[in-house]
Write a protein that binds this ligand. Structure first.
Ligand code: NAD
Ligand code: FES
Length: 278
């Protein structure tokens, strides 16, 4: 069993937890993920590692309460236990040799972009972070990004905080102003990552994206997390979750990501009466 050591509500739908899992904490690296279950009957939830404390033996997770399972997880309190916490899984972010990187985070994807920015910063890389949210109330992790970024640009879709617009506008502006990036790393909604790639492509800047499709076993056996990358089938759980953004078939990934929407809506109704429409 794995104890919830700390719980913090970051905004109306995003929760941070530190989970006591010393073996996972010892090996976890930025870019990798874990699979947990909120209770012994629950479905498996893949979550990218948002941080770790090797000394304390804890792993940080940040998740959005969008489906029935994440709502169950979000209802747990400090001191409660979860039955499964498997990992670290997947490949770590490759940072070797990078001197200057633009890290682009969108919404809750910023939770995954942060450890990547922190790792780059700790290795002496110049980090320019661009993080975007729909509005001021949804902003998370600003101080943490500020601490590990040489430049931080915050944007909101409605202009209620930072610059008005979506993340691709300041990214293009920075490139046009002469910033030379070795790589762009984009983590957020699929549509955001698709447009970050479209922004970077004309300049030929290598762009890495982090994919989080539906996952079941997390070991490459079930095929649930399959994606098309460069015309070939890849499994996000073992081949990723990070991929060359130029090669990812985003349209297919977006179509597959909607597959379980009706099932999720039905499950949410069971968990939360607030979702029932009378
Ligand atoms: P959101 O819809 O609020 O978008 C966050 C930001 O992304 C926006 O404010 C904007 O700046 C940018 N963005 C969105 N659409 C864009 C576009 N067309 N062009 C340029 N920029 C755009 O995000 P959210 O609700 O916080 O995130 C939810 C989604 O993120 C879910 O679908 C979830 O699966 C996904 N997600 C992905 C990862 C990952 O590893 N890639 C991790 C966590 C969540
Ligand atoms: Fe089953 Fe990746 S989650 S193959």
């Amino acid at each position: 069993m794995y104890r919830i050591v700390r719980k913090k509500v970051l905004n109306s739908s995003v929760i941070m937890m530190d989970i006591e899992a010393p073996y996972v904490a010892r090996k976890a690296q930025a870019g990798q993920f874990i699979i947990l279950r909120a209770d012994s009957e629950g479905e498996r939830i893949p979550l990218t590692v948002a941080g770790y404390d090797r000394e304390e033996g804890t792993v940080k997770i940040i998740f959005q309460t969008v489906g029935a399972s994440t709502m169950k997880l979000g209802a747990l309190s400090e001191g409660d236990f979860i039955p499964d916490f498997a990992g670290p899984l997947g490949r770590a972010t490759e940072t070797e040799g990078l001197k200057k990187v633009a890290v682009v985070g969108g919404g809750v994807g910023c939770a995954i972009a942060l450890p990547v920015a922190e790792k780059l910063h700790s290795e002496g890389c110049e980090v320019h972070s661009i993080i975007g949210f729909r509005n001021r109330d949804l902003v998370i992790l600003e101080d943490e990004f500020r601490a590990c970024s040489d430049k931080l640009i915050m944007v909101t879709d409605d202009g209620s905080y930072g610059e008005k617009g979506v993340v691709t506008s300041p990214l293009k502006a920075l490139i046009d102003s002469g910033e030379k990036y070795d790589r762009i790393i984009a983590i957020g909604p699929l549509v955001m990552m698709k447009f970050v790639v479209a922004t970077a492509k004309p300049y030929g800047i290598p762009t890495v994206v982090s994919m989080n499709p539906i996952m079941i076993d997390g070991t490459g056996m079930c095929g649930g997390c399959r994606l098309t990358v460069g015309g070939k089938t890849k499994f996000a759980c073992v081949d990723g979750p990070e991929f060359d953004g130029y090669l990812v078939d985003f349209d297919e990934a977006m179509e597959r990501s909607t597959m379980y929407h009706s099932h999720e809506a039905a499950e949410r109704e069971k968990v939360c009466n607030l979702f029932k429409q009378n």
